[in-house]
Design a protein around this ligand. Sequence first.
Ligand SMILES: [Zn+2]
Length: 428
Amino acid sequence: MLAVACNLGRRAYTGCMRVSFRLLLPPLVCALAAFGQDSGALPRDPALRAAMEAARKSEPQTLELQARLCGIPAPPFHEEERGRELKRLFEQAGLRDVRVDSAGNVIGVRPGRSPRPNVVLAAHLDTVFPPETALEVVRKGGALACPGIGDDARGLAAMLAVARALNQARVETRGTITFVADTGEEGLGDLRGMKALFNETFKGQIDSFVSIDGAGYGITNVGVGSLRYRVTFKGPGGHSYGAFGMANPTHALGRAIAKIDAFKVPAQPKTTFNVGRVGGGTSVNSIAGEAWMEVDLRSAGQAALESLNRKFHAALQAAVAEENRRWNNRSPVSASAELVGKRPAGRTPSDSGIVRTAIALSLALKVEAALGDGSTDANLPMSLGIPAITIGGGGSGSGVHSAQETFDAAQSWLGVQRALLLVAALAN
Ligand SMILES: [Zn+2]
């Protein structure tokens, strides 16, 4: 039996946004690792062994590439420049049918003996940083500092390292591995790259999905869904003294916030709400003509998210009706809610093949195996019932989504090796 290292030490993952991990109970991890793995999860296949070695040896080049990619700006909705470089690198790595789809996703194919299963290995091009952000890489010992160095320059570099190592070692797979550098993962990007990939570019042709996002070794198998709104309350407005008696959009907004604040939400699946920004009005002595708020609704369960969404719309209607009643429907106010973000929730079961394989490989490589929930590219395939996870790209990091983001490269090749073995296993 595999000598399982069930030592679950410090957290090393610094993935994209809003990711939290729960450490598996050691007995469960041991049981999972032991299941069907009497000689360990690492392959005996000489080609795969050679690919692992190639990944380890080429880690210095992978880190160089990671630093270089971090220096190419990729602000939200403007991933083109970094995308062009990825296209060149995909071609250089020997991938086939390299192209850019309608959403700006850069695609490269590594054909197997047959088109299916088709496994996608992805990393996102975009960062949260605006175009004017200085993207200078500072090196300190084994660490690299640069905004976006982990999230997701690490994912992009690790993905390319997987493609190169597989080709260098001439690994053959039954199915196909499709490499994707995707757009729109962050914030208001709203997963537009994933939506195009699964609904247009490869509709019905993806059998499993792995995204490398950030540093560390976490495994995200629960996709937190979200709905984001900008709500605008409107009325005629008027003088605070002279027009007193009119319904007031700001007051209607206050009523709505009070109702939202009173929502009861389940702890499992974790479901949350937040009024993040408010604004509006004309002056202290005016009844507002307009007031607005931005609202974020989230849940790890799609049904709970939909239920919360219904409550939210009911709260808006009730707030407007109350405000208008209060002032006898004189110059009534109205509210309109614009959906500005939508990510579906989803889950890949912890006993599914893709999760068990990822855990078994983590244990075999003696890296931390923690399952977690988060909002990542994998949300979209999860919501479609396609086996999907997001994994860390190795090393460790800190300061994600900040100008001080840092990536520590200690033994970071282990992240490339794990991703490589995972996609090779899924493609066979
Ligand atoms: Zn990310």
